[in-house]
Design a protein around this ligand. Structure first.
Ligand SMILES: NC(=O)c1ccc[n+]([C@@H]2O[C@H](COP(=O)([O-])OP(=O)(O)OC[C@H]3O[C@@H](n4cnc5c(N)ncnc54)[C@H](O)[C@@H]3O)[C@@H](O)[C@H]2O)c1
Ligand SMILES: [Zn+2]
Length: 367
């Protein structure tokens, strides 16, 4: 078991605990902040799988709990589910000193986190992430949000959790595609700032992508260290936090063109492909050696993740570029990309003239 402390000038410090068998200890860790009761927010897939163990552990520590389960999937990040959830928290009689526990993937974490940010002007919440993506990415850093028909994550708040419990054992029930999807974010962390970590992920650590718990544990710990260090410096994404978007500007454009159909391409698959594209674009711009981009592609392919646009479908270069420029993270007019000088050395680069990006998208096979 490893504890990563997350701290920054702009928020109260909290611990991310990573290890095996943590669900069984969760009660003892949550009891000191839960004042004898809590509401667990989960989804209809995760609640029956892992809810009973969490509730039993809470009960053993003297904490009464009830579970509110939303439908599994991105559609639950909606105003309608947020409203229903708020009503359930009110009906449960939680007050300002109570805590909410999010048990699930990024969808549950984002929805429950936003509910906690809003409930009685803000109450504490605990993240118990159950997907690899949630353990290495969404449960740490305090971004919470729901979607609107105009786009993803457009309504939200910064609200840091009070505690994060990442139990590696809960990943055993995760479908393979979800495991691979989270693995893409793990690889991304190495690509951004830790070449040694990436080397390990390419070698012995690769077993994690196939579900090996020891490799997963080490991968989650290092990812949380990297993400929390970046968030600690730059909670509100004024600068360095944007590096975490490596692979995401290309990836989001591809996801948006595919209509965010969950069956079409998992988020992490789009990110993996986006990381390959970011490296190839860096090469095309003369910023990075071709050998690095080839290595990134080989390691991502070996993890069972896509590396080429054609694997995701057929795209129009103009349409992809419009999505990239329309990304809510883009400042008006141009596109900011996270590029790389080499593996483990990413940086942000703004393009007011997007012609080189359009040419690149065509060279990648977009029409
Ligand atoms: N807040 C942030 O900083 C941040 C960062 C990245 C992503 N996100 C958000 O996270 C969401 C994606 O998260 P996700 O990939 O975890 O998706 P998810 O929460 O939808 O989970 C994926 C699927 O796996 C199932 N599942 C979860 N845990 C399981 C387990 N242990 N066993 C079996 N099935 C399990 C879920 O029911 C769901 O069907 C997106 O909405 C994205 O916007 C937020
Ligand atoms: Zn992502």
């Amino acid at each position: 078991m490893t504890v990563v402390a997350v701290s920054g000038g702009s928020f109260a410090a909290y611990d991310v605990v990573v290890g095996r068998g943590l669900l069984a200890e969760a009660g003892a860790r949550i009891a000191p902040i839960a004042r004898g009761r809590t509401v667990i927010v989960s989804d209809e897939t995760v609640a029956p799988l892992h809810g009973p163990a969490l509730q039993a552990s809470l009960a053993a520590a003297g904490v009464r709990s009830e579970i509110v389960a939303v439908p599994a999937g991105e559609a639950s990040k909606s105003f309608a589910e947020l409203e229903r959830l708020m009503d359930r928290l009110l009906a449960a009689g939680l007050d300002r000193k109570d805590v909410v526990v999010a048990l699930g993937g990024g969808v549950v974490g984002d929805l429950a986190g936003l509910a906690a940010a809003l409930y009685m002007r803000g109450i504490d919440f605990v993240q118990v992430p159950t997907t690899l993506l949630a353990q290495v990415d969404s449960s740490v850093g305090g971004k919470t949000a729901i979607d609107t028909p105009r786009g993803k994550n457009l309504v939200g708040a910064f609200h840091q959790p009070r505690l994060v419990l990442a139990d590696i054992d809960v990943l055993a029930t995760l479908p393979d595609v979800q495991l691979r999807s989270g693995w893409a974010e793990v690889l991304k962390h190495g690509l951004i700032c830790d070449a040694d970590f990436f080397d390990w992920l390419a070698g012995d650590g690769a077993a994690g992508a196939r579900g090996d718990p020891a490799a997963l544990e080490r991968a989650v710990i290092r990812s949380v260290e990297i993400k929390s260090a970046i968030v600690g410096e730059d909670e509100k994404e004024a600068g360095r936090r944007a590096l975490l978007n490596l692979g995401h500007t290309f990836g989001h454009a591809i996801e948006a063109e595919l209509g965010f159909e969950e069956a079409a391409l998992a988020h992490g698959e789009a990110v993996a492909l986006g990381c390959c594209m970011a490296f190839r674009f860096s090469v095309a711009q003369g910023l990075c050696a071709a050998a690095d981009a080839e290595r990134v592609e080989a390691v991502i392919a070996a993890a069972g993740l896509p590396t080429r646009l054609a694997q995701a479908g057929q795209f129009s270069a103009e349409a992809l570029l419009a999505r990239m420029a329309g990304d809510k993270k883009a400042e008006a007019g141009g596109v900011t990309l996270i590029l790389a000088r080499r593996i483990g050395d990413a940086f942000g680069q703004r393009y007011d003239d997007t012609a080189p990006i359009l040419d690149f998208l065509k060279s990648e096979g977009a029409a």
